[in-house]
Every structure is written in C-alpha cells, then in structure tokens.
Write a protein that binds this ligand. Sequence first.
Ligand SMILES: Cc1cc2nc3c(=O)[nH]c(=O)nc-3n(C[C@H](O)[C@H](O)[C@H](O)COP(=O)(O)O)c2cc1C
Ligand code: SF4
Length: 495
Amino acid sequence: MPEPVKLVRIPTLKSVADFRKHIESLGLDLPCEDSIAVGSASPLTQPIDAVTVNGKKIGNRFAIQPMEGWDGTSTGGITDEVVRRWQRFGESGAKLIYGGEAMAVRPDGRANPNQLIINDENKSGLAKILTTLLDAHRQRCGSSTDLVIGFQLTHSGRFCKPNDKFRMEPRVAYRHPLLDPKFKVTSNEQVWTDEEIEALIQDYVHAAKIAADVGADFVDIKHCHGYLLHEFLSAYTRPGKYGGPFENRTRILREIIQAIRAGGNKIDIGIRLSAFDFVPFKPDAALSRPGKLGPGVPEDFSHCLPYCYAFGVNQNNPIEYDLTETFQFIDLCHQLGVKIVNLSAGSPYYNPHIQRPAIYPPSDGYQPPEDPVVGVARQINVVRQLKARAPKELVIVGTAYSYLQEYLPHVAQYTVRHGWTDIVGIGRMVLAYPEIFADAVSRGTVATKSICRTFSDCTTAPRNGMISGCYPLDKYYSAKPEFQKLKEVKKNVGA
Ligand SMILES: Cc1cc2nc3c(=O)[nH]c(=O)nc-3n(C[C@H](O)[C@H](O)[C@H](O)COP(=O)(O)O)c2cc1C
Ligand code: SF4
C-alpha cells in the first residue's frame, strides 16, 4: 500500500544551513543566500532600468501578485474590504502591483458573484482603489513615481460562477475529456462560437479603455490557471480559426491587442501565463480517511494520449512540462509589444500543488503529492529557463515563493541577483504579511509570527461561500464570525 509523502515543515528548519540540507535531501536546484541583505546592498531594492511601463521605471524587484476577491458588490463594485486590500498592497512597498485582482470584462465572465467587474458602472470605484493604493504607498514609501500598477482582465471560461456561489455556468474553448465531467460541461452549446469571440474581444477593448481612463499603468490580459484565454492556448482540437496550430490558438490575444491599439488606447500590456500545466489531480481514494483526503494522484489519462488538452505539457507524459510552445509564446508577446510577462503554472482548480504549493491543502483539496518545496523549485527553474531566452525588453516576474516562508528573502535575493528572474511576485504571503519584503530589506529580518504558513484558509473560505482573507493571521478576518464557520468546515472534511 502506498504511503503518504513525509513532509518536513519549514519552521522546523532553524537556519539557512538546515534549509539547504533539506533542499539537498530532495535533490533540488534551489539556491539561497546566507543572509538577508539590506538597503542598496540588496538586489531586491534595485530598479528595473531596461524597461518603462507607462513611462515609469519599476522601483524595486518585488511585486504583489493578483488575488481574486470574493467581496465585491453583486454588481461587481468595490466594498470596504476591497479598499482595505488595495491599501495594504500600497503599504507593502512593492513597486509593481501586478493586476491587483482578477476583474471580469463582462458580468457572465465572473468566477464568483462578488468578483469585480471592470465596466462603466464601476469606474469610480476602480479609480478609488487606485487612489487609495497610491496614497497608502506615498505615506509609507514617500514617492509613487516608480510604482507601477496594473489591472488584471479576465473571463473565467470553464470556471464561471457569475450568479450563484455554488452554481457553475462554464463557457469553454473546447470539449475536454477530463475536465468536462468535473466542471459541468455537458453540451457543445457551452463552447464559444467564433462569432461570440468577436464580442468578447470588444469587452477586453472596453475594459482596457476603462483601465486607462482611471489611471492604471497597464492591463494584464490573463492567460493562466485554466481560465478562458489560457484554455485557448491548448485548443488543439478546436476547429476553425481559433483552434489547431499555434497561430490560431494565439489569435485571440493578437486580435485583442490589435483592437485595443486600433481604438487609440496606448495603455501598456502585461500577460500572466501558466508557463506549463499537468493533467488534473485527485485525492488518492485508497489513502483518504474521514477528516483527511488522500494525497494527490493524477487522473487516469491513459485513454487521452497524446494529451493535447493542456499548454506547456509533454503530450506523451502529461505530468511533465514541455516549454517548446512557452518559448514561442514569450517571443510572440515580445513581438506584440507586451512589456511584462508574469509566469505562473497549472490551475488552482485541478492541480493546485503545482500552482500554489502548500503544506495544508484547502478543505476540498488533496494532500500534497510531493514536498511543496518541489513545486516551488519547479516554478523557479522554469522561470529561469524562460528568462534566459527572453528578450531583454520583457520584464519577467516569477511566482510561487510564499511557501519558502522564512527563507523567501534569501531565495528571492539569489534569483534576482543571478538574473533567474527580474522580479519576485508574492501572492498568499501578502495577505498574511504585506510588509515582508519591506522588513527584509530595511532590517535584514522578517517577523516570524506574521509569516503565511500556507494554511489555505484564503482558498477554503471562498470555496465554502465566504469571503477570502487570511483568517488565521490577519486580525481583521480572525475577528469575523466566518472564522468559526471555517473551523467547522475544516473539521468536517471527508466526514
Ligand atoms: C486567494 C487567492 C486568490 C487568487 N486570485 C488570483 C487572481 O485573481 N489572478 C491570478 O492570476 N492569480 C490568482 N491567485 C494566484 C496567486 O496570484 C499566486 O500565483 C499563487 O498564490 C502562488 O503564489 P504564492 O506562492 O506567492 O501564493 C490567487 C491566489 C490566492 C491564494
Ligand atoms: S490563510 Fe493566510 S496563512 Fe493561510 S495560506 Fe492564506 S495567506 Fe497564508
């Protein structure tokens, strides 16, 4: 009978030497520096010189990754919670706010009924969160002339839940043998027609116009995590002009950018990309028990080989990546004048361990099939390969550092110093501890008690109809009645 992986928790590693020993025992290539450098001695405090976004240099090497909210109004407008989150992004000291949170370009493209919608009705609210962030940043850091802020534009495609937190209303790029049954895709009518795509492109154009009007420096045209435009990248089996060869699978992106420019909008553009993907994973039923689902194992893919249903995967063994088309896509981004490529991986819906490595999975998730630091190293090394080949005029942002915890600054310093990435982005860590980098580069230490331990409550809560937030570590959320409800949910997993 297979045994679950024995995991070493990061807080039990008391020094850089212990951390290194652990990394070595896993056979990983994940270097880290001996200590945290401060001030101008830190590579993380250096501006990006080679590229400007909206005429600005990005003032340092850390970014806040986009994090979807579940706390907007039912018409996609802002609330106090949204404003607070953006304020904290501003206070973090990061000079790149990469998207803030996914904003739907149309109401039916929301991943949850309380996601922000970027439309005329919500324009003043979007201006307000931007101003709040800028003010907070100026108060904490003095100047915002080197602060670059983007809005992430999305359509949630296969994962749409625009009207009811628990009802999927998927619209997909193509029929998928493994994902369709999981996400309630039952009819070809749920597949986008070529004619419908024309209207969708106009929604992106309009959203980009709103972003420019309210003062965002760039828009991210989201191509990651299994959402709609990411799915088009793997539409090998789709007939017509948006499926089949690479040129067709990237047509929507080209048409969106051309249409934005044709309307006279000069806003800069970023792309967040899942650089690679795997098949969906599921809990190993043999190792599941009440209160704890089993470790992740791949879904049976033997009947779908070659696996032409994911982007950046080895089609003969789809639990390995293949970056051939990812390199091609990055070249295309450069040709299209994209300024920033933010690299992520996989999808939180069907293979979260490769996307956001965590030691404690969300309530509906499988236990880690590998030490989570393996997932971190996989993303860091993929970004390294892509960065080595990427044109100099593209800013590359790397992801999935939060699981490194105490050693996040040490590894980030190494990867930036050695050009493995231009910028290090943080997601979950910022919900728990927005000032982690600011503390690191000013004091040379971080506050251990504030560190995100990847408890996944920020994912478990929305999966169970509650707003997202760092319930265990952010007192604003710990004080909410939802925290008790969340504890109940976690107690009853698998019962
Ligand atoms: C609660 C939550 C919401 C997220 N929402 C988004 C999103 O809207 N857009 C996006 O591109 N990534 C989203 N992500 C993924 C993060 O940006 C990031 O890639 C991921 O958490 C891994 O980085 P980390 O290890 O620093 O957390 C989300 C992650 C979390 C935990
Ligand atoms: S709930 Fe807090 S500690 Fe847990 S993963 Fe999210 S940010 Fe990290």
